[in-house]
Design a protein around this ligand. Structure first.
Ligand SMILES: [Zn+2]
Length: 187
């Protein structure tokens, strides 16, 4: 019984949400203000610790006793303030990273999610050119009077000039767009 519960707990723990601070912030954007407050007070503490450590070390330097006592005094400062100083420093860096990532970067704006590509790719041809009932259209890649561009779903094949591809490729060539612009055009 005990073992089963342990197993259950393990699997529950394994399936639990593991979010970073940044992801939690996306879930609860209200937390941003709290974190800013936290960062502010950590910065104040950091400044205070830095001053006290600098002063103490300076004091030891000015009042040298003997190497053991001086070493011991330095160790005490490390224990009293040094560890806390390192911890505060780490926390501040962590928070700064969160705030930085929180700002939308250029890269993020350029990003195209996979579903959008899929959505663009699934656009039927009838939405970008005039297609007759049997799926034929006038080919934009060669001069012609009769329809020889055959389309089905989101693929095309021209029986006149053998041009072929999918809708994205078609839109890029006929509208002179790059990949990203073609996605935007179609979605
Ligand atoms: Zn053609």
């Amino acid at each position: 019984m005990e073992q089963e519960i342990n197993l259950l707990e393990k699997s529950w723990y394994a399936s639990a949400l593991k979010l970073t601070d940044r992801q939690w912030l996306e879930v609860f954007p209200e937390g941003k203000e709290c974190l800013r407050e936290k960062a502010k007070s950590l910065c104040a503490e950091w400044k205070f610790l830095k001053e006290i450590i600098t002063e103490s070390l300076q004091h030891i330097k000015n009042t040298k006793i003997n190497s053991f006592t001086d070493w011991f005094r330095k160790e005490m400062i490390k224990t009293w303030f040094g560890f806390r100083y390192n911890f505060v420093n780490k926390e501040i860096r962590k928070l700064n990273r969160i705030f930085k990532i929180d700002k939308p970067t250029k890269e993020k704006e350029d990003w195209i999610p996979a579903y959008q590509i899929e959505q663009a790719r699934n656009t039927p041809f009838s939405e970008v050119i005039e297609v007759n009932r049997s799926g034929f259209a006038k080919c934009p890649f060669h001069e012609e009077k009769h329809n020889s561009l055959y389309t089905r779903n989101n693929f095309y094949y021209c029986f006149g000039c053998m041009a072929h591809g999918d809708i994205l490729d078609f839109v890029m060539k006929t509208r002179d767009l790059n990949f990203k612009q073609a996605i935007k055009y179609l979605t």
